[in-house]
Design a protein around this ligand. Structure first.
Ligand SMILES: [Zn+2]
Length: 171
């Protein structure tokens, strides 16, 4: 939103920040391109990272919790391992904060927003990634534009945001 108006873009694709490229050689995204933010800073991106690490033989409580089945390596299970201080789980969640923080800092440099609202399923693990996210943002935001920690807030509708937003457009 800019000046109270929804920004659509000339072909209605503005704001697709999940598909900002973080690394042209990065993992394949759901959109088919490589290295999109979403391939890192999403539940799926986090799960894929953990699976790849486990495949290299990295030790983790996650393997036990998932009963050695890669398809069982899901967000809530990674959260459970993080609760117990598992190093891989904590690193995988912090990695989400790092990529998201970097992308948000870049967006901040471009449009200097008043507020950034975060929502979605990953917010269930916010206690583990917010410190890294805020630290990474601070590192990359222009000092002159820095508003401090009040800039990033939690969205109200969690996983229903897309549905409610879509309905509001047609209401
Ligand atoms: Zn993508």
């Amino acid at each position: 939103m800019l000046n109270g108006q929804l920004v659509n873009g000339s072909t209605n694709s503005a704001g697709e920040i999940g598909h900002i490229c973080m690394d042209p050689e990065g993992p394949v995204c759901g959109c088919g391109k490589k290295g999109c933010l979403e391939a890192y800073a999403s539940g799926t991106g986090m799960e894929n990272f953990v699976r790849a690490e486990l495949k290299t033989g990295r030790k983790s409580l996650i393997k036990e919790l998932a009963e050695s089945r890669f398809e069982n390596v899901r967000g809530p299970l990674i959260g459970k391992a993080a609760e117990q201080g598992d190093e891989l789980a904590l690193a995988a969640i912090a990695r989400v904060g790092e990529y998201l923080g970097l992308a948000l800092a870049n967006i901040h440099t471009l449009i200097n927003p008043e507020m950034i609202l975060l929502g979605g399923g990953m917010m269930a693990l916010k206690q583990y990634f917010m410190p890294t996210l805020l630290e990474t943002m601070k590192k990359h935001i222009l000092p002159v534009a820095d508003q401090g920690r009040a800039l990033v807030r939690e969205a109200r509708f969690e996983n229903d945001a897309v549905l409610l937003g879509g309905a509001a457009i047609f209401a």
